[in-house]
Design a protein around this ligand. Structure first.
Ligand SMILES: [Fe+2]
Length: 419
């Protein structure tokens, strides 16, 4: 399946304010064949007019004023060095007991006024628009992603030339920033590293980013950025590259959870040889390797790829739930509302002649056989109106039964399936 058809198949669901992947990088097939993991991509003005929906200076003012946003999300660099957090934090106390560290807005502003660059790591942990943006990337790459905001005062260098160990998608929000980008090193480093400009030679790209511009840098691409005549705000969406060695290692780690690998060898016994020529723990180790090879042979590649993809999406900072909204909509369920089975696993037990047992999310309950039959029917992807969920009873009773199962997550309202 091509990346662009993947987008549709994944049913990417984001508010209209959130750009889709192709809004950022253009045609996904072209992006993956020509740029992804190969060379930088610069797209001019693609988010012009809508880019402040992602984040605005006003929102960052609000974030600085929020005591609950931990100072550990904030970093300030000045004159090329990190400013210790004690320069802009205070301890919040409750009846004399230390409760938490909080940012002191005026000290942050003073550091910014005197030339400090301010960085919010993982903006997606507390700003909903950034969380929506991250979701576009985690769904596309099945890999952890974060949104980092960089706010640089006019005329200041942000960071010295360096490369990052992650793919970076830069979105310029406010002001302008001068970027210099060099060819990735022949040996692409997996760790962050800094460079001296004179060692890098002439940049391959030297450009000024303006609000709405998007720049993609494959991991390991050396770059440096400096604000021009105005304050500059840009977002960097980072995506961790998952190499074959990473995903294969995850599969092996998963298989090694089995009890048959629980044994505790004494590796030192490798030197002890018995009469038959076998070498203690070395022979046992060989047995373990053969066992692992057998288990690897049994892995279903399709099921395992699905598991690995799902595992890549569930790291902190990307999830988003609508449980309060969902429960509120169940409370006002209309008789004509169409209901479907959700993805929540459900076991339907045998009937005792009147009722059948259900097991869902650790809850056991008994429902009339007519309800169990409706649930079996819905397993095929069908939908049923709430008023007819429990056939043969008055509408109000059917509605009540549907609400009970919807609250447990067994049913979802068809119209709300992707909200
Ligand atoms: Fe960087």
């Amino acid at each position: 399946m091509s990346p662009s058809s993947l987008l549709g198949a994944m049913g990417v669901d984001t508010p209209t304010a959130t750009p889709g992947f192709e809004n950022l990088v253009g045609d996904a097939e072209v992006f993956f064949s020509e740029h992804f993991n190969k060379k930088p991509l610069l797209r001019r003005g693609v988010l012009e007019g809508s880019v402040r929906n992602l984040v605005s200076l006003r929102q960052l003012d609000d974030v600085v004023a929020m005591e609950a946003v931990s100072p550990s999300y904030l970093r300030i660099a000045k004159d090329g060095r990190g400013v210790p957090s004690r320069a802009y934090t205070r301890t919040v106390t409750d009846h004399g007991a230390a409760l938490a560290e909080a940012v002191v807005p005026e000290q942050v502003y003073e550091l910014f006024r005197s030339g400090g660059t301010i960085t919010w790591n993982a903006l997606n942990h507390f700003l909903p628009s950034a969380r929506h943006l991250v979701q576009v990337f985690t769904r596309m790459f099945d890999s952890p992603s974060e949104v980092v905001a960089f706010l640089t005062p006019a005329g200041k260098d942000g960071y010295a030339p360096h490369h990052d160990p992650v793919d970076v998608y830069v979105i310029q929000i406010e002001g302008t920033k001068n970027w210099r980008i060099w060819e990735p090193m022949a040996e692409r480093g997996a760790d962050k590293a800094t460079y001296r400009s004179e060692d890098l030679g002439a940049p391959v790209i030297e450009t000024i980013l303006r609000p709405g511009d998007v720049l993609y840098l494959p991991y390991g691409t050396p770059h440096a950025a400096a604000a021009k005549a105005e304050v500059s705000l840009h977002l960097s969406v980072t995506v961790e590259p998952r190499h074959w060695r990473d995903v294969v290692a995850e599969t092996v780690r998963h298989l090694l959870q089995e009890a048959e690998f629980d044994g505790l060898p004494h590796l030192g016994s490798v030197a002890a040889s018995d009469g038959a020529g076998a070498h203690g723990s070395a022979a046992a180790f060989g047995g373990m390797l053969r066992l692992l090879a057998d288990r690897l042979e049994e892995v279903d590649p399709i099921a395992e790829t699905t598991r690995l993809a799902a595992a890549g999406r569930v790291r902190g900072g990307a999830g988003r739930s609508r449980e309060f909204e969902r429960l509120a909509s169940v409370d006002v369920l209309a008789p004509e509302a169409l209901l479907r089975r959700s993805a929540v696993p459900l076991e339907i037990g045998p009937s005792d002649g009147m009722k059948s047992g259900l097991l869902v999310n650790g809850h056991r309950l008994a429902v009339p056989d007519a309800v169990a039959n409706t649930l079996r029917d819905l397993e095929n992807g069908n939908a049923v109106a709430a008023a007819r969920f429990f056939p043969g009873v008055p509408e109000a009773r059917s509605l009540h039964a549907a609400q009970r199962l919807a609250r447990l997550g067994v049913l979802e309202i068809a119209d709300h399936m992707r909200s």
